[in-house]
Design a protein around this ligand. Structure first.
Ligand code: ADP
Ligand code: ZN
Length: 527
C-alpha cells in the first residue's frame, strides 16, 4: 500500500460518507483492494463491510460490480448511495427493459461508480459480455457464505462466480460475509478461487449483546414480561417460525400495550414497506417477524432480538441476534425454546425434500443449535467456538451471570430410557414425550388405560420430578444424543447407540437445573 492510496481512501471516506476514520480492518482491506489485491473479509454484522468495497470502487478507475443475493434490498441500497452522491444502479429481474437499457447505457459510458447485480445475472454469458465492454473497478461478492453447500444459505448461482477470476484476472475481487465457520471460510476461498487473496478475519464477538436462553413455558407471557421488565419502550425484533405465530404474537403484544407490528412474506408489499419505514423512523417499535425481516436493515439502536421459536442453525441465530445493538450499547438476545421445537424441527427435516446428505446437513445444524441451548458453560464461548474463535467466559450471558447448577441425572435418564426400551421391546410401541412423562409420573390418562401402561414396571417411578422437569430431561437427552426423535413423523422417541451405556450404568449423565429460572424472572408468565 502507498501513502497516496491511503489518503485517497480517507479523503473519500470523509467527503462522501462524512466519517473521519476507518474502523477495525477497514483501512487495511480498502488499501489492499485499491492496490489490486483480492480479499476475503469476515466481519460481524454492523462492523462496516459495505465501505470495504464502496470506497475502493470510488477510488479505483471504473465501476465496482457488487454481487448480492438480496434482490429486494438492491433498490434501497442504490437509493442510499445516490443520497450521498454516489452514482449507483442495479441490474436484476425486477426491472423493465427500458430501465435496464438506461442502466446499461450509463455503465458503458463509464458513468457508474457502483453496479449491483443479482448472482443469476452473472451466470449468463450475455451479461458477462456486456460487462466486458465497460471498465470494472472490482468485483464485490456480498454474502459470500452463499457459495457454501454446507452452509445454511446455499445459492447455486454463486457457484458460477468462480469464473470471474478466469475471465477477469486483473480485476480485484473482494468476498464478504458476516457468518462463516472455519469450514465455510475454506469453502469460500476454494470455490471463489481466492487462493491468492488476503484474509481479514475480525473477531465475531459482540460484547454488548447479552445472550440468554430460557425454557419455553408460556412463551407469549414470557416474552411480554421480558419486554416489560427490561425493554419497555425499546425497539426490538421478535422472530418466529410461522406467519400464524407472527400474527398472534403481534396482536397479543399490541393488546398489552407494546407498539408491535407483524411482518412476513404473506403481507402486502406496501404494508411491509410501511412497517419497515415505521420501524426505522419511530422509536420503540417492536416488529414480530419471520426470518424475512431484518436483512440489510441498518437500524443502530435495536435494543433486543427475541426468538420465540428455535432457529434452524447457529449461523442463522448469530446473524439475527447480530441485528441488536449495532450502536455498541447494551442489548439483549433472548430466546425461549422447548421440547416441541426439537420435535417439530426433526419432523421438518425428515419431511424436507432433497437427498440424504441434505437432511444430514440440516440435522447437523439443529444439533449445533441444541448444543448451544443446553450448554452449561458460557453461551458466547460456545457461539464463538462454533465460528472457530477461542474466548474466555464472557460474564455477560445467562450461564455466566447465573451459572446453572447441574445435577446427576443418570437415574432419571435410566428411568426414561428404560420406559422407551420396554414399550418398544415388550409391546412394539413408540410414544412421544408427553405420554412417556405421564407413565413415569403415574398419571391415569385415557391413553394409559387404553394401553394398560399402568402395568409397566416403570409406571409411576418418576414422581420426584415435575412434568416440566421431565420435559427438560427429555430435551437435554435429545441434545446430548442419548435419545432421538424417530423419523415416523409423529415425534415419537427412540433410543440411540449411546443410550446403552447409560442404561447399563457405565455412563453418567449430567443435566442442568432450570425450571425455577423462568418463574423468578419478571413475575408473570411462569407456568
Ligand atoms: P455490515 O455490512 O458489516 O453489517 P454496514 O456496512 O451496513 O455493516 O455498516 C454498519 C453501519 O456502520 C452503517 O451505518 C455504516 O454507515 C456505519 N459505518 C461503517 N464504517 C464506519 C466508519 N468507519 N465510521 C463510522 N461509521 C461507519
Ligand atoms: Zn458468558
Amino acid at each position: 500500500m502507498t501513502e497516496t492510496t491511503a489518503s485517497a481512501a480517507l479523503e473519500t471516506l470523509s467527503r462522501v460518507f462524512g466519517y473521519d476514520s476507518f474502523r477495525g480492518d477497514q483501512a487495511e482491506v480498502i488499501d489492499h483492494v485499491i492496490g489490486g489485491g483480492d480479499a476475503v473479509v469476515l466481519m460481524p454484522t454492523g462492523a462496516g463491510k459495505s465501505l470495504c468495497y464502496q470506497v475502493p470502487s470510488l477510488v479505483r478507475h471504473g465501476t465496482g460490480v457488487v454481487v448480492s443475493p438480496l434482490i429486494a434490498l438492491m433498490h434501497d441500497q442504490v437509493e442510499a448511495m445516490k443520497a450521498v452522491g454516489v452514482k449507483a444502479a442495479f441490474l436484476n429481474s425486477t426491472q423493465d427493459p427500458t430501465e435496464r437499457a438506461g442502466v446499461e447505457r450509463d455503465y458503458l459510458a463509464g458513468e457508474l461508480d457502483l453496479l449491483y447485480v443479482a448472482p443469476e445475472r452473472l451466470s449468463s454469458e450475455s451479461t458477462k459480455r456486456f460487462l466486458e465492454s465497460g471498465d470494472i473497478a472490482l468485483f464485490a461478492i456480498d454474502e459470500a457464505h452463499c457459495v457454501s453447500q454446507w452452509g445454511h444459505d446455499f445459492r447455486p448461482d454463486y457457484l458460477a462466480l468462480a469464473e470471474l477470476a478466469e475471465r477477469w484476472p486483473d480485476v480485484p475481487r473482494i468476498a464478504l460475509t458476516a457468518t462463516a465457520t472455519e469450514a465455510t471460510h475454506k469453502e469460500i476461498t476454494q470455490r471463489l478461487s481466492m487462493g491468492e487473496a488476503k484474509h481479514f478475519v475480525a473477531s465475531f464477538d459482540r460484547p454488548n449483546i447479552q445472550y440468554r436462553i430460557d425454557p419455553k413455558v408460556e412463551v407469549r407471557k414470557q416474552l411480554l414480561s421480558f419486554i416489560r421488565s427490561e425493554h419497555s419502550g425499546d425497539a426490538g425484533i421478535v422472530y418466529a417460525m410461522s406467519r400464524n405465530t407472527v400474527e398472534k404474537t403481534a396482536q397479543f403484544l399490541a393488546a398489552n400495550g407494546v407498539d408491535a407490528m407483524p411482518y412476513h412474506a404473506g403481507l402486502d408489499s406496501r404494508l411491509r414497506a410501511q412497517t419497515q419505514a415505521r420501524f426505522l423512523r419511530d422509536e420503540g417499535v417492536v416488529i414480530v417477524a419471520t426470518i424475512a425481516f431484518g436483512m440489510g436493515i441498518d437500524k443502530p439502536d435495536v435494543r433486543f432480538v427475541a426468538h420465540i421459536d428455535l432457529p434452524k442453525s447457529v449461523e442463522g441465530y448469530y446473524q439475527e441476534t447480530g441485528r441488536a445493538g449495532r450502536d455498541g450499547l447494551p442489548s439483549t438476545a433472548w430466546m425461549a425454546y422447548g421440547l416441541n421445537d426439537v420435535v417439530q424441527q426433526r419432523r421438518m427435516i425428515d419431511e424436507s425434500p432433497g437427498d440424504l446428505a441434505h437432511r444430514r446437513r440440516l440435522s447437523a445444524h439443529l444439533d449445533a443449535m441444541l448444543a448451544l441451548c443446553e450448554t452449561v458453560s458460557c453461551r458466547r464461548q460456545n457461539l464463538l467456538g462454533y465460528f472457530g474463535q477461542k474466548s474466555e467466559p464472557c460474564g455477560n450471558c445467562d450461564t455466566c451471570l447465573t451459572p446453572p447448577e447441574s445435577w446427576d441425572g443418570t437415574v432419571a435418564a435410566q428411568k426414561l430410557l428404560s420406559t422407551v426400551v420396554r414399550l418398544e421391546r415388550e409391546r412394539n410401541q413408540r410414544f412421544g414425550a408427553g405420554h412417556l412423562v405421564d407413565i413415569l409420573r403415574g398419571k391415569r390418562t385415557e391413553r394409559v388405560g387404553q394401553w394398560k401402561h399402568d402395568e409397566l414396571s416403570t409406571w409411576g417411578i418418576g414422581t420426584e420430578l415435575s412434568e416440566q422437569q421431565w420435559r427438560g430431561v427429555v430435551r437435554q437427552l435429545l441434545a446430548q444424543g442419548l435419545l432421538a426423535v424417530n423419523d415416523d413423523g409423529y415425534g415419537t422417541l427412540v433410543i440411540t447407540a449411546d443410550s446403552a451405556a447409560v442404561l447399563s450404568g457405565s455412563r453418567a449423565v449430567q443435566l442442568r437445573k432450570e425450571a425455577e429460572r423462568v418463574a423468578t424472572r419478571g413475575g408473570s408468565g411462569s407456568g
